[in-house]
Design a protein around this ligand. Structure first.
Ligand SMILES: NC(=O)c1ccc[n+]([C@@H]2O[C@H](COP(=O)([O-])OP(=O)(O)OC[C@H]3O[C@@H](n4cnc5c(N)ncnc54)[C@H](OP(=O)(O)O)[C@@H]3O)[C@@H](O)[C@H]2O)c1
Length: 343
């Protein structure tokens, strides 16, 4: 089969379109024909060696897979050959952890395609218990935009962010893959949403996802705009998918007792924390990593009900995986980018 494989960590050009051996199903695994595989910012981090302790070379990455089962070992966990399935975008890779709940707190939980080979290929092997029947009725490329950002948004906005109807929330990078999904999840919970974008051309995408206020972060100070929007009170919750550089402004955009949920680091992995600011304002800082199978199922139900929509920017053939990474790296992407492995 063909795969976009890396033999070294580095810039987008390290992604090579090559022939590799077809996978065979290990015990209680299925082999999936990959119909589409979404690209996440995480993949760029992995490609650059950001998680090299968990990844041996050569490697095939790819977490967001929609495909068709072509072989099964074991009872199939309710699935059979020919079924259209969504692969969990993260799962515990040690079978000893397979029953751990919630899955994203298991010791061996990793993003799909980090240690085991992922979906930048025509086929991949997955434990059958981490497959979900695809009931979205979406084309494969649209569906492949969903799993990772959807489970992340359900966990960060709903579970950790504890968003309630009528609350005000700030979601950074509203036209990004994760931001566009977090806005939609917050809207299903009845929140009022402010968001930031880095370019006026991204305003429409964020607004279409339901944002009530879209701020161009290069033209306006987001903290000032958010305080104005909330009559000086501050928002109840912030989703931070940027990380370094904006921590203080994120915190001081919130009311006392506000919850800041961080899951991203495109702005850098470090920032300064002022303990006095945290204590006197009783801010809560929560780190978020992916989500559970139940959160993914709940999110997919919202998709099926038409309450959450995929945000597909464009697709690339698998042979152009390097160009697709370049496109994301240049921050041109609005929503998500997807690879198609079959002609
Ligand atoms: N922990 C988890 O569970 C989890 C899950 C999903 C994603 N993530 C992380 O969340 C982050 C965002 O992921 P994504 O898939 O949404 O990324 P993405 O679609 O590539 O979007 C990233 C966007 O962030 C904005 N941005 C703001 N400040 C930035 C800065 N200083 N440097 C670079 N970009 C900046 C840019 O948009 P504008 O130009 O519009 O500002 C950029 O397009 C990544 O770090 C990713 O690894 C973590």
């Amino acid at each position: 089969m063909k795969a976009a494989i890396i033999h070294e960590f580095g810039p987008p050009e390290v992604l090579k379109h090559e022939d590799v051996a077809d996978p065979t199903p290990k015990p209680n695994h299925a082999v999936i024909k990959v119909l589409a595989c979404g690209i996440n910012r995480y993949d760029l981090f992995l490609r650059m060696g950001g998680v090299k302790a968990q990844t041996s070379l050569p490697h095939v990455m790819g977490a967001d897979v929609v495909g068709e089962i072509i072989q099964i070992d074991g009872d199939g966990s309710g699935h059979k050959v020919g079924d259209r399935v969504i692969v969990a975008p993260g799962f515990p890779i040690d079978p000893a952890d397979w029953n751990h709940k919630p899955e994203n707190f298991a010791p061996s939980y990793t993003v799909t395609g980090t240690t085991l080979w992922g979906g930048y290929a025509q086929c991949m092997s997955v434990p059958t218990r981490f497959l979900l029947a695809d009931k979205t009725n979406l084309p494969a490329d649209e569906c492949a935009t969903l799993p990772l950002v959807l489970v992340t948004a359900m966990h960060s906005v709903k579970t950790l962010g504890e968003v309630k109807p009528g609350q005000h929330v700030l979601i950074q990078a509203g036209a990004s893959g994760s931001g566009s999904m977090c806005i939609q999840v917050a809207k299903t919970l009845g929140a009022k949403v402010a968001t930031t974008v880095g370019d006026d051309s991204k305003i429409e995408v964020a607004a279409q996802c339901g944002a009530d206020l879209v701020i161009n972060r290069h033209k306006e100070n987001f903290r000032e705009k958010v305080l104005e929007w909330t009559d000086g009170k501050g928002v109840d919750m912030v989703i931070d998918n940027v990380g370094g550089g904006i921590l203080k402004d994120n915190l001081t955009s919130m009311r006392r007792g506000g919850i800041l949920v961080n899951f991203g680091l495109v702005g850098g992995v470090k920032d300064e924390i002022n303990f006095a600011l945290m204590i006197f304002n009783q801010y809560q800082f929560r780190g978020s990593m992916m989500g559970s199978m139940d959160e993914l199922r709940e999110g997919l139900e919202l998709v099926r009900a038409g309450k959450i929509k995929p945000v597909l920017d464009r697709t690339f053939p698998l042979s152009e995986a390097a160009q697709a990474h370049q496109y994301i790296e240049e921050r041109k992407v609005k929503g998500n980018v997807v690879l198609q492995p079959w002609p």
